[in-house]
Design a binder for this molecule. Structure first.
Ligand code: COA
Length: 302
């Protein structure tokens, strides 16, 4: 289908990215997708809406700048807890988990619903073959409950605005009428690739070293699904077997901050996430921001 209106080919996309298919919203809305993911996570946790103490949404952009996506889905979920959105780009889920962990340790809260919902198809430039073929829309959600699961996080940030950005037009005022049009996603693919590999390796190595662990102590590395070749470069550096790096980018493309949650859900449903497994999450995205998390997996009802 893409080759029908872009100068591209399935062969190019599969070889350079590993992506075979991706899902894009058409009839459905991001709100509906976010709600589906959130409801599935709540059902799986066995918790009631009143048991959720915070709802944190990770989202880069949706048609509402305000209210937050969290506010929009809170009511339909039947929850009445505080909520806010975070924009940690493609690393947003790891950022949200870090905040959830901090809240669970410092506040009188027990259950936090983290929802990552993204529609990158609506900020891509569909005339640009180098970006539009990479992304897919998706949502994932996790209920994070107080416990001993998280060992450590490493988050980093740098200002590299030029390598990846999406600009939205603001309303003119009588005092500032500079017209800055909306600019769909602009990306320096090669530079982003380099930054992603370098940063993810540094995050993972730092967490391993800080916790006296080696790559062989990790059961699964769950990396942001941006490009199969990025995942492969990180894997080669860590000298760990392929089976420890599950992927689903083949099916969904890059779903931004939703990607690691979708991977967790699929592994969990397939029975491949054993209770007590040691997981390393690592993600990176526009900013440039990165985040890695070291945790012990414990599912409640799966
Ligand atoms: N189909 C066919 N040709 C394409 C194409 C497509 N979809 N996209 C780009 N090309 C062309 C380029 O125009 C270029 O042509 P040229 O040599 O005639 O100028 C050629 O392919 C090579 O382009 P290049 O950018 O060097 O390719 P690459 O091997 O770096 O792969 C990416 C491009 C985008 C797949 C790769 O750089 C990448 O994945 N980067 C990271 C992007 C990412 O993950 N972003 C999100 C981070 S959260």
């Amino acid at each position: 289908m893409l080759a029908g209106f872009l100068d591209t080919s399935d062969e190019w996309i599969v070889t350079r990215t590993g992506i075979h298919t991706r899902r894009l919203l058409s009839g459905e809305t991001l709100r509906e997708l976010a709600l589906k993911a959130a409801r599935a996570a709540m059902d799986a946790s066995g918790l009631r809406p009143q048991d959720i103490d915070y709802l944190i949404c990770s989202n880069v952009a949706n048609s509402y700048v305000s209210p937050s996506l969290g506010s929009i889905i809170l009511g339909p979920l039947g929850c009445c807890c505080p909520t806010f959105d975070m924009n940690g780009a493609c690393a947003g889920l790891v950022y949200a988990l870090d905040v959830a962990d901090a809240f669970l340790k410092s506040k009188d809260v027990k259950n936090i619903l983290v929802v990552a919902a993204e529609q990158p198809s609506r900020f891509c430039n569909w005339h640009d073959r180098a970006t539009s073929v990479l992304f897919g829309d998706g949502a994932s959600a996790l209920v994070v409950t107080r416990g001993e699961g998280f060992f450590d996080f490493r988050l980093t940030g740098n200002t590299h605005t030029d390598v990846m950005y999406y600009k939205r037009a603001m309303e003119p005022t009588p005092y500032d009428c500079v017209k800055e049009p909306t600019t769909p996603l602009v990306m320096e693919g090669r530079e982003v690739f380099r930054l992603a590999v370098e940063a993810s390796i540094q995050d993972v190595d730092t967490l391993l070293e800080r916790n006296g662990m080696k790559g062989s102590d990790i059961d699964l590395f769950l990396l942001h699904q941006a490009n199969m070749r990025i995942i492969e470069c990180i894997r080669e550096h860590l000298e760990q077997p392929r089976e420890k790096f599950p992927t689903n980018i083949q099916k969904y493309g890059n779903t931004s901050s939703a990607s690691i949650g979708i991977l967790i859900d699929e592994l969990s449903r397939a029975g491949e996430l054993k209770d007590g497994a040691t997981l390393m999450l690592s993600a990176f995205g526009g900013g440039f921001v990165t985040g890695a998390a070291l945790l012990k997996w414990s599912s409640i009802t799966y």
